[in-house]
Ligand binder design. Structure first.
Ligand SMILES: [Zn+2]
Ligand SMILES: [Zn+2]
Ligand SMILES: [Zn+2]
Length: 357
């Protein structure tokens, strides 16, 4: 019988972020989020993202492998949250400082099959998709120096923000660097200055080797066994999927390159193939345990900005996958302290136990 956990865990990358892990049965501090009904149809006549309806989307920016018989298609977002137009320039007053809502917002149709899930896509297709992410990020960074961060992300399910059922990702290029990326980059830089190695690489090393038993000082009884390797979900030749020890979301999983790499844009062809494999297997594990859970995933990579020159050794790009299995509460929004009701080591064990073919 697993002992209930109730402790605040500090995020090793960003120590100012912590999470309350509270697993006591019956405590139910949070309301569960229902899985999204899966639309498994492969073609929908009225869907603007389905083949044959290309005229229903804004003009195409890029297609893979080719415009004819496309498998992946990038188009302008019909309702962009940021755009090229300059609205309200210089309209700042007192403490009401603003930055122009300048930027780019694009949609990447992940697959020509309407309702296909990530884990059902072939590995060559996933490698193509991640390659498309890389190409588009590169082009956007090059297109305008005012764009300071290009965020690639995916929403699946209405609770995760998806408004169209057809599988798609989004690319948003912004004139500001997101706070969480900024915090990761500056904290990992401070860690590097002090310890002379990358904190993400250290986490990977720990995950692959570390074991410890903590005894009670007085009674000598075992208080806790730590086997950090228990957080590894999936391991490829070049990538690893880890369940973070201080996960904010119950089923959150991060995928990182095993060899140090700060910038996703440097990803090689072999890397893409292995990333595709680790991604497909990780998503298959999540699907087997959670069955159609709503989720987001997003890429964190070193921003192309003079402010972060010299951070190549200290920052390590990664993909964060965050299934939305519960609804955030007022406590969480008010305190910034996330509550996780499933011990990350238990979640990891369940995910690892899934038998894949
Ligand atoms: Zn469709
Ligand atoms: Zn590293
Ligand atoms: Zn991150």
């Amino acid at each position: 019988m697993e002992k209930p956990v109730r402790e605040i865990r500090i995020n090793p990358i960003v120590p100012s972020e912590s999470v309350l892990v509270a697993t006591a049965r019956g405590m139910r501090p949070k309301k569960a989020e229902a899985p999204a009904p899966r639309d498994t149809r492969s073609h929908v006549e009225t869907c603007p993202f389905c083949t044959g309806n290309e005229h229903m989307t804004p003009p195409v920016i890029a297609s893979y492998p080719a415009e004819k018989n496309w498998e992946i298609r990038i188009v302008e977002n019909l309702y962009p949250v940021l755009g090229d137009d300059r609205q309200n320039p210089n309209l700042t007053f007192g403490l009401q400082q603003t930055i122009d809502g300048y930027g780019r917002h694009e949609v990447m149709i992940d697959h020509n099959r309407h309702g296909i899930a990530i884990h059902e896509m072939g590995e060559p297709h996933l490698a193509l998709l991640f390659g498309a992410y890389r190409d588009r990020m590169e082009q956007l960074y090059r297109s305008n120096s005012r764009l300071r961060y290009v965020l690639v992300f995916k929403n699946f399910g209405p609770a995760a923000g998806a408004s169209i059922a057809h599988t798609h990702s989004q690319v948003i290029a912004t004139p500001v660097i997101p706070d969480n990326v900024q915090a990761e980059v500056s904290n990992s830089r401070a860690f590097y200055h002090k310890n002379h190695h990358c904190v993400f690489c250290s986490l990977i090393d720990e995950a692959l080797t570390f074991e410890a038993t903590i005894y009670d000082r007085e009674s000598g009884e075992i208080r806790r066994k730590i086997n950090v390797g228990q957080y590894v979900i999936e391991r490829g030749k070049r990538f690893i999927a880890i369940k973070p020890f201080a996960s904010r979301y119950e089923w959150e999983v991060h995928i990182l390159p095993l060899a140090h790499q700060s910038d996703f844009l440097r990803i090689s062809k072999d890397d893409l193939n292995d990333l595709a494999r680790v991604m497909r297997r990780t998503m298959a594990r999540l699907d087997a345990v959670l069955g159609g859970a709503q989720y987001n995933y997003f890429l964190h990579s070193l921003p192309h900005d003079v402010q972060f020159e010299g951070c190549e050794a200290s920052y390590h790009w990664h993909l964060e996958i965050t299934p939305r299995t519960s609804i955030p509460t007022g406590f969480e929004l008010g305190s910034g302290l996330f509550v996780n009701t499933v011990a990350p080591e238990m979640a990891a064990e369940k995910l690892r136990a899934v038998v894949l073919d």
